[in-house]
Design a protein around this ligand. Structure first.
Ligand SMILES: Cc1cc2nc3c(=O)[nH]c(=O)nc-3n(C[C@H](O)[C@H](O)[C@H](O)COP(=O)(O)OP(=O)(O)OC[C@H]3O[C@@H](n4cnc5c(N)ncnc54)[C@H](O)[C@@H]3O)c2cc1C
Length: 386
């Protein structure tokens, strides 16, 4: 196609999922337009931890996570998109969590995915900021990556448009209509600009009011609000990599596939934390600040406005109290706190809706977009162009 406002593919939404769809289509030689309603992405893709925790995925999505990590590493060699390789550790705080760590090691060995069991002493030697009372041992994945959520997407978009001249990016371009007309799709923006393409991919994240609202009403999508905190910079604190803890072992999909998971009991001191969906993760950013989170509150797609806009201080205090059990430095030195929302589906890894064979909606990748979007989007684009 030659006309300047006519494309092979228009991708709506430049979070991690939309940007990787646009990048993979450009890699196939397609002429692509990537649009973003905001001045720059400000949704889940920039509000997260930036933990690329391949080891947390269920076995059916492990290949997408492995491929995503490969893509991050490959791109990082060409352009600094903020990828670091400091590994991921899950710290066990009691015998049940430790048992699950051992069982995950056995499962990972069958996949040939590198994992190391660590004693409590090993953990304390590697991460001196930990509290010896908490840590009973852990499982470590030395090959795993992290990214900086406040940098990655902006750099990835910059890389993609520089590398693929046939990829155009239009921020501050909200799409409000998308319609199949004959053998193409016409897209209309809020400023009444029109673009046409053979196909459209919509990666709208948690925005379900602007396009195809009717399709989402009965989609089973649930919105999840998470509270997060960031400490002041503490470069002296030795806590590198993705630090996941006992409550994460009790939550992540990979552990759910272990034999002992079904027999897991909930200790009394976890009850209030579980009520708010709290599990404690730490991620030290490049500036030495430490991101601490998170909690989970849910609302179905038709009642997403019921997720309050405020930060619940009770939840933050609960998280800080548990965090202080885990580490020795003072976690109360909080510089900022925020909430993020992601959509998910209780029985699907991602929601795929295809409208009249030319419009492909890809949304609700849940809490694993930073870990799986690259590999999943590659398969999605190849499926659309097969
Ligand atoms: C607090 C928090 C912590 C997390 N931690 C992790 C983690 O450590 N590791 C991990 O793997 N995952 C994590 N996640 C999940 C991850 O952030 C998400 O899965 C991922 O960012 C979803 O990407 P997305 O592109 O689908 O959505 P989004 O990031 O929401 O992007 C969608 C984009 O589409 C745009 N858009 C929507 N509608 C339109 C329209 N009509 N026109 C134009 N533009 C439009 C939006 O403005 C937005 O920029 C976390 C999420 C949160 C909230």
């Amino acid at each position: 196609m030659n006309n300047s406002s006519t494309y092979d593919l228009i991708v709506i939404g430049s979070g991690i999922l939309g940007t990787f769809h646009a990048l993979h289509a450009a890699r196939l030689g397609k002429k692509v337009l990537l649009t973003e309603k905001d001045q720059y992405p400000i949704s889940a893709t920039v509000r997260n931890f930036g933990q690329v925790v391949t080891s947390g995925m269920s076995s059916d999505w492990l290949p997408y996570a492995i491929r995503t990590a490969e893509l991050y590493k490959e791109i990082q060699q060409e352009f600094d998109i903020s990828v670091r390789n400091n590994g991921s550790v899950y710290l066990a705080s009691d015998p049940e969590e430790l048992q699950l760590a051992h069982e995950l090691k056995e499962r990972m060995d069958t996949f040939g995915y590198q994992a190391e069991l660590l004693s409590a002493k090993d953990c304390l030697a590697k991460w001196p900021a930990l509290n010896g009372q908490y840590c009973k041992g852990g499982i470590f994945f030395p090959q795993e990556l992290s990214v900086e959520p406040d940098k990655l997407i902006y750099r990835l978009i910059k890389y993609a448009i520089a590398k693929y001249p046939q990829l155009t990016y239009k921020p501050a371009t909200a799409v409000v209509d998308c319609e199949v007309i004959g053998d193409h799709v016409e897209v209309t923006t809020s400023t009444k600009q029109k673009f046409t393409a053979d196909k459209v991919v919509i990666c709208n994240g948690g925005e379900y009011k602007l396009l195809f609202a009717d399709h989402f009403k009965n989609s089973g999508i649930i919105l999840c609000k998470l509270q997060m905190m960031r400490t002041v910079p503490m470069p002296e604190v030795q806590l590198e990599g993705n630090i996941l803890t006992g409550l994460s072992i009790r939550r992540y999909e990979s552990f759910q596939e272990c034999p002992s998971f079904a027999k897991l009991t909930t200790p009394e001191h976890y009850a209030e934390l579980k009520k708010w969906g709290v599990h404690i993760l730490f991620k030290k950013a490049v500036d030495g600040s430490i991101i601490i989170g998170d909690s989970h509150e849910y609302a179905d797609v038709n009642h997403s406005d019921d997720l309050s806009f405020d930060i619940n201080n009770h939840i933050n205090q609960l998280m800080l109290k548990e965090a202080q059990n885990i580490v020795g430095f003072d976690v109360s030195k909080i510089a900022s706190t925020w909430a993020g929302v992601y959509p998910q589906h209780n029985s699907k890894h991602v929601v795929e809706l295809d409208v009249e064979s030319r419009i492909h909606i890809r949304t609700a990748i849940g809490g694993k977009g930073m870990t799986c979007a690259g590999g999943y989007a590659e398969a999605s684009i190849h499926g659309i162009y097969n």
